[in-house]
Design a protein. Sequence first.
Length: 227
Amino acid sequence: MKVKYTGQAGFIIETKGKTLVFDPFISANEKMANLLKVQDIKCDYVLLTHGHQDHVLDAEMIAKQNDAKIISNFEIVSYYGQRGLHGHPMNHGGEWTFDFGTVKYVNAVHSSVLPDGTYAGNPGGFVISNDEGCFYHAGDTALTMDMKLIPMTCPKLDFAILPIGNNFTMGYKDAVIAAEFIECDKIIGCHFDTFEAIAIDHEAAKDTFAKRQKELILMDLGQEIEL
Ligand code: NI
Ligand code: MN
């Protein structure tokens, strides 16, 4: 799988010949917007963990220009449906198999409302699996005991994307416990450094993971890795 970081909780992941855009927040993040123009993004699906602005900002434009399908909870897919976009609604604990693999929408402990105040249901994360691998995008969440359900109900994770920036989500000290709960040794950090309130000490974060025999990958904006 090809994994590109687009800032905050945003990733573009290529797998099984399809391109999945997660939580696009690009146009308002100046450093990222200089590296990638929203209008140049090509994709097949847009996956949204919850309704907050720093996760959905560029979703409508990206979905529209690609005629891409939005995958999220019922409320968020319904909201974009009223704006003429098509999608596949899910809810917590549910699983659906798409042409790129199986998606499970899992619990997150956070809040969720769309930028215009529309109710956005409850926030979630995604576990995505196919014959190329399995990964978890946690979205915005606190450390939660529900994460222990993931190894019990999903294929073995090859990597996971966890928020580590603190204040609005768990910080890296809780994220390393989350990595233990989900039984995953390779973690890509997200939701850090975009704003002052979520700035982190990179070396301290990596050390915290290394001490528990886990790898914390902190990708640069626009960086692409193969996993
Ligand atoms: Ni949020
Ligand atoms: Mn957020």
